[in-house]
Design a protein around this ligand. Structure first.
Ligand SMILES: [Zn+2]
Ligand SMILES: [Zn+2]
Length: 524
């Protein structure tokens, strides 16, 4: 979408997360959330009389889709006097895999399909209606363009904007190879016990010992290498490493060693009474995750405290060193299994792919409920769950921005939030915690206007952002975008030839997150 024509606004991809291939989430049985979408979506669903058996109502043919990793494809079927089509199926791109759509429980004329993680580029959407005998009776084709970037003044950094399916994993457990694991099982047996409980991978994390029974790895189950660095100065789970840091070292040295060994460091049970001191979470550097739920040390109030420590760490460290939340068992015997786990969105069940997904935050923590859908759609953070009683959207200051009773939930950021996370909770208090979705400034949009008072830049940026303008390397001035994101800046009118003005937005937070620049050339 770059145009170099003089005078044109040129924008560059900012969050250029590449998504590859297609993943048909409907195959996982996403329920139909039709009645929960609100009036605007429902209005689109009122079909004009059509002679054909069905039609796609959204997205429109030739639509440009550019805001999120989820696209809702929806439509209607039409009764032609001899009954409705039996069902509607969808196929994407040149793939001939037809996937059934979901039909609304209360209105069998409406069907819906959630398309997850389309790659940037042009895509063909095909839908077909099948008669009661299962044979196709009508087909409709559309072409849509998926763009890699949002054209809005701000974007939502979506850790789940990656191709894959969620797999269940355990990142903290002890076997008989731990000094306190005598009631447990040997490593291979222990891992297989998890497999029987539906886990697709585990990291065996014995105290300062790496246990890796690789013979049990196969196509449907894998292992990450790991250990728990164990000291009175704090426990650290190390993942994807093949060496053990001396436990006598202070925590920062142990974290550094884990990173040098190519691994990931998870601060274990941060709110437990043993180990960590106040302030460790914010002062320590180089760790990637922290446990917000630990089944072994769980006690009333402890998870809330750990979540609070997570918020403090996120707010102190900022976007550049985002910390991801983990839930884990820390099981020392079979009775302690399956209390807390992670669901990792990965394209493959390999240690490398899982490690990369954890590093990028493409996972959520849970001690009960599951998210069926988690991502961004049309500028809103969306989450769906079938087994939680409520879904809450929470900001960096632990303020609840929105609360929805079960089912489908979505929240459209105002742009004034620093980051937002989603929490799904069951009636008995079990919780699934998403990772934070950070609000990031996109390149400002602006135009030059001239009136009686001279020349001004008039534009839109992230609300509260400072917009700096330079011309030929010279500072021109800066403006603060208001709560709606609007800004205005007077610029000196010149008539000495062509000028290139660069605009950049900086978020109003301590980490001073910058947008990509926008170039405005004049005369146009
Ligand atoms: Zn521990
Ligand atoms: Zn442990």
């Amino acid at each position: 979408m770059e145009r170099s024509r003089r005078g044109a606004v040129r924008r560059r991809p900012w969050l250029g997360r590449q998504t590859l291939g297609l993943f048909l989430i409907a195959a996982l049985g996403v329920p139909f959330f039709g009645d929960l979408f609100g009036d605007s979506a429902l209005a689109d669903l009122m079909p004009a009389p059509q002679p054909s058996a069905f039609r796609i109502t959204s997205p429109a043919d030739n639509a440009v889709l550019n805001d999120g990793n989820l696209v809702l494809i929806e439509g209607t079927t039409v009764d032609q006097g001899n009954g409705r089509p039996g069902r509607v199926e969808v196929a994407l791109g040149n793939d001939d895999t037809w996937v059934p759509t979901n039909v609304a429980a209360d209105d069998d004329s409406r069907w819906r399909f959630l398309w997850s993680d389309p790659a940037p580029g042009f895509h063909r959407i095909r839908a077909r209606a099948l008669g009661m005998d299962g044979r196709p009776i009508a087909e409709q084709n559309e072409i849509v363009e998926v763009q890699a970037t949002s054209t809005a003044a701000y974007g939502i950094d979506n850790p789940y904007a990656t191709v894959g399916a969620f797999v269940k994993g355990q990142l903290h457990l002890h076997t008989t190879s731990s000094f306190d694991g005598y009631a447990s099982m040997p490593p291979a047996q222990d891992a297989l016990a998890y497999r029987r409980r539906g886990y697709q991978f585990v990291a065996i994390t014995d105290h300062d010992v790496i246990s890796y029974p690789k013979d049990i790895i196969d196509d449907s189950f894998t292992l990450l290498r790991g250990y728990e660095s164990t000291s009175d100065t704090g426990h650290i789970v190390a993942l994807d490493v093949d060496q053990v840091a001396p436990s006598s070292w202070r925590p920062q040295s142990r974290i550094d060693k884990i990173n040098q060994d190519g691994g990931l460091a998870i601060l274990a049970h941060p709110a437990w009474t043993v180990g960590w001191k106040d302030g460790d979470m914010t002062s320590l550097q180089g760790y990637q995750c922290m446990e917000i739920f630990n089944g072994m040390t769980d006690a009333p109030g402890r998870t809330e405290r750990a979540v609070q420590l997570w918020h403090e760490a996120l707010n102190a460290k900022g976007y550049a060193t985002r910390i991801w939340a983990v839930a884990a068992d820390d099981a020392h015997n079979p009775d302690q299994m399956d209390k807390g786990w992670v669901m990792v969105k990965t394209p493959r069940l390999t240690p490398d792919a899982i490690r990369r997904a954890i590093e990028n935050g493409a996972f959520y923590a849970s001690n009960g409920p599951a998210f069926n859908v988690l991502g961004v759609m049309n500028g809103a953070i969306v989450a769906a769950t079938q087994d939680a009683a409520r879904v809450r959207f929470i900001d960096q200051d632990l303020r609840v921005l929105a609360e929805v009773q079960a089912g489908w939930a979505e929240y459209r950021p105002s742009g004034t939030e620093r980051w937002i996370r989603v929490e799904a909770t069951t009636a008995d208090g079990k919780t699934a915690w998403s990772q934070p979705f950070w609000i990031v400034p996109n390149a400002p949009q602006a135009q030059l206007v001239t009136d009686d008072s001279g020349m001004s830049l008039l534009g839109q940026a992230l609300p509260g952002a400072r917009v700096d303008v330079s011309d030929e390397g010279q500072y021109v001035g800066s403006a603060i975008a208001n709560e709606q994101g609007a800004f205005r800046l007077k610029v000196p009118a010149t008539d000495d030839g062509r000028h290139d003005m660069w605009l950049m937005a900086t978020a109003p937070w301590p980490d001073h997150l910058n947008s990509q620049p926008t170039l405005i050339s004049y005369p146009a």
